[in-house]
Design a protein. Structure first.
Length: 435
């Protein structure tokens, strides 16, 4: 037993010596570790966990043995970065005693310099702006884009470029151009710039006529509209009297003078000279123009002219009204001639994709929904519609699904015989009832 007790004492002494060596080894690095020995030789560990390779990796203190032991960079930033994100440093004050000190450079203000546009750059930059304006019609956006450019001597060419592009565009685009010139005169252009542009346009009319034969008449309307909008002086036309040799310029000035006289004598509104294009027109006006188009087609039978007139309306989203009115005319007409002509017209428009499948379907569906009211004025409306829908399906104008949606209703009438008895019978549509 004594030998066993001595063996335990030797083992305990070895453990104590081992712990002391480890504590002495780590004392310089982990002075606050808190490991100690109790009176009975047991190791008392503090809350601080023992060091490990991972702990060394996450330690932010300098491993070079230099400094005060504080975290590097204040605990922020990475490689090549110093300080926390968004930290603002004080500006270095200029030392008056610095040999490189220059009093004139102490408070310099730097501004971005935009080079003025030359003729080639001007056309490439401004043309897309005007063409996009034809799509969205926002004059304020055009004014902001032009204000960011250094137009310089090319400022007076803005109206000229806009009018030149509008001559080759639609009537609605020419109306937008007239509005644009009026808006730009308040912020970007001056009256002198507009006047100089129209002088140049009159000189270049012989070249413009090559691409646009109607350029003299349209330019005359632009001049009259500019005078009416007070962006062009009234003396502009009078200044050319007796001094015009070009026949195209003379035609443009004569057109402008006639329009201005008509506005004074007959009350012609020059501000609506180009009309309202596309969906800007009232719905009632569009319906009247569609009905007029259909009536002219029924008289002439010219499918090409009808297609041109429908395109000029510039309302592809409203073509379902054209289909609706065409079918209504078939139901309200007399005989088979109108049915065949409208069927031929719809077939032509569908083949040329002037009217889309969606617009065609919406037009027929509107007729289907209104059949209850239409049958009051046209007793045979259901049978006529069924006949027209069947022929439209045979001609490939509509599909089977749209044909199957056609409402069918048998109208029963009442009559009396000679004895006063009520007779029930199915009404049939004759030529007299169609009238």
């Amino acid at each position: 037993e004594r030998e066993r007790e001595r063996e335990r004492e030797r083992e305990t002494a070895r453990l104590k010596a081992k712990v002391k060596r480890r504590l002495r080894k780590n004392s310089s690095r982990d002075s606050g570790r808190g490991d100690s020995l109790s009176d009975n030789g047991d190791v008392v560990r503090s809350v601080v966990p023992p060091t490990s390779p991972k702990g060394k990796l996450l330690n932010r203190r300098s491993r070079m043995g230099k400094g005060r032991g504080l975290p590097k960079k204040g605990g922020a930033g990475g490689k090549g970065v110093w300080g926390t994100p968004g930290q603002v440093y004080d500006e270095d004050k200029v030392d008056v005693k610095d040999p490189n000190y220059d009093a004139e450079q102490e408070s310099c203000i730097y501004e971005t310099v935009v080079l003025p546009l030359d003729e080639e750059t001007f056309e490439k930059t401004v043309t897309p702006i005007v063409q996009e304006y034809f799509e969205h019609g926002d004059a304020n956006e055009v004014a902001e884009l032009l204000a960011e450019l250094n137009l310089g001597s090319m400022r007076g060419d803005v109206p000229m470029l806009a009018v030149s592009l509008a001559l080759e565009a639609k009537a609605s685009h020419r109306e937008l151009t007239s509005r644009l010139l009026s808006e730009l005169c308040e912020c970007v252009l001056t009256a002198a710039d507009v006047e100089a542009s129209f002088h140049k346009l009159l000189k270049e009319l012989p070249d413009l006529v090559l691409d646009t034969p109607g350029a003299p008449q349209m330019l005359g309307q632009f001049i009259a509209r500019a005078v009416a909008d007070n962006i062009l002086p009234k003396s502009f036309i009078d200044g050319y009297k007796g001094r015009v040799d070009c026949e195209y310029s003379r035609a443009a000035l004569d057109r402008a003078a006639v329009l201005l006289r008509m506005s004074r004598w007959t009350g012609l509104r020059i501000d609506s000279l180009w009309g309202s294009g596309g969906g800007q027109r009232p719905v009632n006006q569009l319906i009247k123009e569609v009905n007029l188009l259909l009536k002219e087609y029924l008289l002439s039978g010219d499918t090409v002219e009808a297609e041109r007139c429908l395109r000029e309306l510039e309302v592809p989203h409203f073509h379902h009204e054209f289909v609706y009115e065409a079918v209504i005319m078939v139901l309200e007409s007399k005989g088979n001639r109108t049915l065949q002509m409208v069927l031929q017209l719809l077939k032509s428009f569908c083949a040329s994709t002037v009217i889309t499948v969606d617009q065609l379907r919406r037009g027929f569906e509107r007729v289907y929904l209104d059949m209850a009211d239409l049958s009051i004025d046209v007793p045979c409306a259901y049978s006529l519609l069924e006949q027209f829908v069947e022929q439209s399906f045979d001609a490939g104008v509509i599909d089977k699904k749209l044909r199957d949606l056609c409402p069918c209703r048998e109208e029963f009438g009442f009559a009396q015989d000679h004895g006063g008895n009520v007779l029930h019978g199915k009404l049939t549509c004759t030529d007299e009832t169609q009238g």
